[in-house]
Design a protein around this ligand. Structure first.
Ligand code: NAD
Length: 413
């Protein structure tokens, strides 16, 4: 069995926690290091079920802390990075673009540069050159005795393990697609994730991997910039990188500022459901565990320097999703069908709101054989049940109590 040591950044967040859980359980021979700053979006309670596993370590760290990240890579002999840590909420990026540039761009650059210097130090005698390019305040992170040392990789016995930097990104970097068919048309593709009852496309075009980037929000602009840096590290330094761009995810453990958990909770408590504009914007939805399975496959079998789009051909107008959520929550709570339709409240549209996202994931399906496992109806039922059954998790998040979990669990460790 191959032993690997992998840093997963942002592992306490929504998607990251599913990726950490999958890797820790599926690969007991791997060492999985969850590197997370625990911003408001990071919640270690998402990982309660695996936190005591021997192949798991949590490290509270900012990805922008270049020195800390570099030292951790040395200490742990890291050979793989799955980078999910980011500021991820578009509305927050509109209010505070600086934080998004800092975390998503500078943080990614810090991860890249640390990995580059560490991996080069394993295989080349010329680390010195790179040290000289560092700001003088950081030059000490590579101890003098290690600079220029020949073949550190052999001493560490790590040269045979292929290193990999896998960057997780979003379909939002491609910009918005036009809604050429507001009534919907027969879609050209189907996957297991496509809704069985409602399967429509709202335009003829889809996001493919070769499309020009046209980000519109500060969030997507920062993600686009980080994607460019990742590719530049491959093209300039030969770093073994992979980038994936995924559509909207839904499922358990999502912070309830995002549409699906927010609305499930509001319906439960009969609070208004604020719908942007007319609710016509279209998003393409994928169950989060199917994204995590795609990440596992691509991390191991994806081609270096490639980009893969991940999505399930499952387009929905926001307002239609909201009707499904109301119907499902009301049914599961034993309320009369449609009882909570009057909670829908139309509010001023989001600035620069992208009209339609729709991913073409044909490349991933054909080249690596990935298929989503859950049809949308099953995924939504599972998701609504999870939030209704885990009210304590939701209450801790909405009250802010989840932020004490780190102190309770780790203060004396
Ligand atoms: N949610 C989606 O629908 C979606 C879709 C496609 C791609 N993505 C991408 O997937 C990744 C994860 O998204 P998510 O929805 O799970 O996000 P999230 O907001 O739920 O989690 C982000 C995590 O990153 C951590 N983090 C933030 N800043 C950090 C920093 N400076 N240092 C270390 N950790 C930091 C947070 O504490 C949190 O645990 C992001 O890169 C996002 O762009 C998300």
């Amino acid at each position: 069995m191959t032993k690997r040591t992998i840093i997963i950044t942002g592992g306490a967040g929504f998607i990251g926690s599913h990726v950490v859980r999958l890797f820790v359980n599926k690969y007991p021979e791997y060492r999985i290091i969850n590197l997370d700053k625990l911003t408001y979006a990071g919640n270690l309670a998402n990982l309660k079920d695996i936190e005591d596993k021997p192949n798991y370590r949590f490290v509270k760290m900012d990805i922008c802390d270049f020195e800390g990240v570099y030292q951790l890579m040395q200490e742990e002999h890291v050979d793989g990075i799955i980078h999910l840590a980011a500021e991820s909420h578009v509305d927050r990026s509109i209010k505070d673009p600086f934080t998004f540039a800092q975390t998503n761009v500078m943080g990614t650059l810090s991860m890249l540069q640390a990995a580059k210097l560490y991996w080069e130090s394993l295989t080349t005698p010329y680390v010195m050159q790179d040290v000289d390019r560092l700001p003088s305040s950081l030059a000490h992170v590579i101890p003098t005795e290690e600079r220029g040392s020949v073949s550190m990789g052999k001493e560490l016995g790590m040269t045979s393990t292929p290193c990999r930097f896998y960057h997780i990104s979003t379909d939002e970097v491609y910009g918005a697609l036009e809604m050429t068919h507001p009534q919907g048309i027969e879609p050209p593709f189907t996957t297991k994730a496509s809704s069985g009852e409602h399967h429509l496309a709202y335009g003829e075009k889809f996001f493919t991997e070769d499309l020009k980037y046209q980000p519109h929000s500060p969030y997507s602009a920062a993600k686009a910039s980080s994607d460019h840096f990742v590719r530049a590290f491959h093209d300039t330094y030969g770093m073994p990188t992979v980038v994936t761009n995924c559509s909207n995810n839904y499922g358990p453990y999502q912070f309830p500022e995002k549409l699906i958990p927010l609305f499930i909770n509001n319906i439960r408590h009969r609070k208004p459901l604020p719908v942007y504009g007319k609710g016509e914007n279209v998003r393409d939805w994928l169950f989060v565990e199917d994204h995590a399975r795609a990440i596992d496959l691509i991390f191991h079998e994806g081609k270096v320097a490639e980009t893969y789009n991940i999505g399930g051909f499952n387009e929905w107008k926001n307002i239609d999703i909201i009707h499904v959520l109301i119907k499902t929550v009301d049914r599961l709570l034993g309320r009369p069908e449609g009882a909570d339709e009057d909670l829908i409240t139309y509010v001023t549209d989001r600035a620069g709101h992208d009209m339609r996202y729709a991913i073409d994931s044909t490349k991933l399906q054909k080249e690596l054989g990935w298929e989503p496992s859950l049809q949308f109806e099953e995924g939504i039922e599972k998701t609504v049940r999870w939030y209704l059954d885990n009210q304590e998790w939701m209450d801790n998040v909405t009250s802010g109590d989840y932020q004490k979990y780190y102190d309770d669990m780790y203060a004396n460790r």
